[in-house]
Design a protein around this ligand. Sequence first.
Ligand SMILES: [Zn+2]
Length: 242
Amino acid sequence: MSLRPSFIPVFASEEGGELGNNSMLIGGSTMYLSPDEAWPTCETCSEPLVPLVQMNVSSEGTPDAFRALIPSVAPAGSSLATMVQLFVCRDHDCYEEATMDMDARSWNVRLATVPLVPPPSNAPRLLEARMEIENGEGFLPAQLVEIWTAGKEETWHWERMMGDASDEFYALHEPEEGMKLLGHSVRGKYNYAQGERELIQLGDRDCWQENEALGIMGLDGNIWIDQGVDPEVLTLGMSVTY
Ligand SMILES: [Zn+2]
């Protein structure tokens, strides 16, 4: 039975839209891009994507167990940071279409080493997209995860298991819902996943009702970021029970 450690977020008390030394930035309108990189757009509707999760793997607030899975991480304290980034379209229609067709790209999930200082917010190539996001429907105010605390050692969710765990074992190791690192994802009856292992579970809409983060994505099920056989390749996993 494969047990994996999991980690639970500790949110920073400070407000602000930039990562700094924190481990993760959720929402906001700051996007960490390579110099001269254009603001990413939705391949379905061409609207600017919204930054949903930007995880600073280089940060000392990120658990070692997580960092160990990522190839060539820029060291903490340098001007570059290695990040897991998920940008999504705000249009619900784009997203629901995407679950029917995994080749549709209404989101962008990637591993990138980028400057830890974001491009100036008044850079003409970025200003328009930022304004559109900040003033648009469903804007998600920035939230920072400072560090992560150890959660359970998790086993597979019962939807994936062949029923060979005792009740006592499962009660101890059942995967947690909501935002977490590693562990095993909570699965529904139907799964859309191509990866080898879960890196970050975002949770489902219910976990985020307060700020409607995943409402942006317009999906009912659990969502997570998977890592492929090639550790550089990240994909989005989704699971729904209709
Ligand atoms: Zn779109």
